[in-house]
Design a protein around this ligand. Structure first.
Ligand code: 5GP
Length: 178
């Protein structure tokens, strides 16, 4: 078993990079089918989405664009529940097919907030693609149409996801050891 320590906490490897890339490819294949003949705009939520967004993009064959926004409500291993505004969305999404690219849906509050904010800009459609979903943690109903992994209620790092700023560079996913 491969373990690492970040900020003094132990993590154990749970999902390999190969498994992640295979699952992301399946998500991309679905998007390729569903958006055939359209030109979706992917909207990545920084910082955590960057590896998922890159891996997804390189597997997309539909004509598509990508843009990034920033909003962060998370510190340490517990959601603060504080939702901040969407920063950096300069492009118009009116009439566009938007796919939000998120690293992980936990309570769902961030995605609920994003859907509401983006909905006022009259896109043609909005869907969510998230690398991970933790169904046991959901506090609000959020429809994640494209998810690569459904995982239990455990804090994870790697493949773009951090623990207080560290661990984003790890190619694999690690679970916190409680
Ligand atoms: P939500 O609003 O759904 O509660 O929170 C979503 C955000 O919380 C994610 O974009 C991510 O930044 C953070 N988050 C939730 N669970 C985890 C986790 O297990 N690991 C890490 N690194 N971040 C998480």
């Amino acid at each position: 078993m491969s373990t690492i320590t970040i900020h003094g906490r132990e993590f154990v490897k749970s999902i390999s990079n190969e498994e992640i890339c295979a699952a992301v490819k399946e998500v991309a294949d679905r998007i390729n089918r569903d958006y055939a003949g359209k030109r979706p705009v992917l909207l990545g939520v920084l910082n955590g989405c960057f590896m998922f967004a890159a891996e997804l993009m390189r597997n997309l064959e539909v004509e598509c664009e990508i843009s990034f926004v920033k909003l962060s409500s998370y510190q340490g291993t517990n959601s603060t529940g504080v939702i901040r505004e969407v920063l950096g969305l300069s492009e118009s999404i009116t009439g566009r097919d938007v796919i939000i690219i998120e690293d992980i849906v936990d309570t769902g509050l961030t995605m609920q907030n994003m859907m509401e904010t983006l909905g006022t800009r009259e896109p043609a459609s909005i869907e969510i693609a998230s690398l991970f979903v933790k169904p046991a943690r959901l506090q609000v109903p959020v429809n994640v149409k494209y998810s690569a992994f459904t995982i239990p209620d455990r804090f994870i790092v790697g493949f773009g996801l951090d623990y207080d700023g560290l661990g984003r560079n790890l190619p694999d996913i690690y679970d916190v050891v409680e």
